[in-house]
Design a protein around this ligand. Structure first.
Ligand code: ATP
Length: 311
């Protein structure tokens, strides 16, 4: 049955491990990417309209393209094409995920648009086909659909779910400015070449996976890693000041989120997260600071139970 309007909520992500291999012939890098969905959300509302239209609200709305380069628009067009129909829909993005921050905000909007349009149009696309479209749209999009925690291999798009045994407390500091993901990968290649370093095959850390399964923040803090961090710091050196401020305030781990420049802080408790957030705000080294928990569910309509965590 089709509806007039559908709103879908989609989480941001942090990479608790991002192991990057050397560049492949297709230009992508092989990855072992441990995604954790966190409770910062964009909401995508799809409403029947005469033609494809995108609008956006929220603090970073001015940085979001409103033409067909928007990942949500590309998702609607891909789904419409698969069903041989027009993408006649108004997509409104209520954006809470920092833009160009390494938290997969655009990917979240793509997954949200897919789920919202599928419900609005009544096209009932099987889950595995939705996952295929997600993988075509971008390496991080499949994870935005499923949420929770998962190991991504290949370009990051081949996903295996990971069990998480507890709630983790996180603080995120958005930086003043963005970083282009391709530019960070280019810098990664440049730094490896300059160091004459052979990049090993990326592999997930068994210790990190155990820490997630155990829900143990200290063990997770000891195991987190991000191979893109030196490249992000090289392009955005002031992030080191933000990371230091978070560590000094008691973060168990402080790391760049994905390709940055958002930085992520794992806290021992909700109270510690609030203290770290206050210290980061007072440090004057970042634009905005948010506290939240993980894992969070994947893309789900706001009026329906989440199905991402269903067995
Ligand atoms: P990732 O963590 O997946 O590397 P990111 O969080 O660093 O991504 P995004 O917020 O997804 O970055 O935005 C990257 C660029 O993509 C933006 O600068 C913007 O020009 C473009 N873009 C396209 N669609 C969107 C969207 N729906 N929301 C935000 N940015 C979008």
């Amino acid at each position: 049955m089709s509806r007039q309007s559908v709103t879908v909520r989609v989480p941001a992500k942090v990479n608790v491990q991002l192991a990057v291999g050397g560049p492949r012939p297709d230009g992508f890098h092989g990855l072992a990417n441990v995604f954790l969905a966190v409770g910062l959300y964009d909401e995508v509302t799809a409403t029947a309209a005469g033609e494809l239209r995108i609008t956006c609200s929220g603090p970073d709305a001015g940085q979001v393209p409103l033409d067909r380069s928007n990942l949500a628009a590309r998702a609607a067009l891909a789904l419409a094409e698969r069903h041989g129909r027009g993408a006649d829909v108004h997509l409104h993005i209520d954006k809470d995920i920092p833009v160009a921050g390494g938290m997969a905000g655009g990917s979240a909007d793509a997954a949200g648009a897919l789920v919202a349009c599928d419900a609005l149009w009544g096209t009932e696309t099987p889950r595995d086909e939705l996952m295929e479209i997600c993988a075509e749209l971008g390496s991080d999009v499949p994870f935005s659909l499923v949420g929770g925690a998962a190991l991504g291999t290949g370009r990051g798009e081949r996903l295996a779910p990971i069990e998480v045994g507890g709630t983790f407390h996180w603080v995120f500091a958005a930086a003043d400015g963005g970083l282009s993901t391709p530019a960070v990968y280019r810098e990664f290649d440049r730094l490896c070449e300059a160091a004459g370093r052979t990049v090993p095959e990326p592999e997930a850390s068994p210790v990190l996976l155990d820490a997630l399964r155990a829900g143990d923040p200290k063990a997770l803090a000891d195991a987190v890693s991000n191979d893109l961090q030196p490249a992000a710091l090289s392009l955005f050196p002031s992030l080191a000041d933000t990371l230091r401020a978070g560590s000094e305030a008691g973060a168990l781990a402080a790391l760049v989120s994905g390709s940055g420049p958002t930085t992520a802080y794992l806290a021992a408790s909700a109270e510690s997260a609030r203290e770290i957030a206050d210290a980061l705000r007072a440090s004057g080294t970042c634009r905005t600071v948010r506290t939240t928990t993980a894992p969070a569910p994947g893309a789900h309509p706001t009026d329906a139970p989440d199905r991402s965590s269903a067995p």
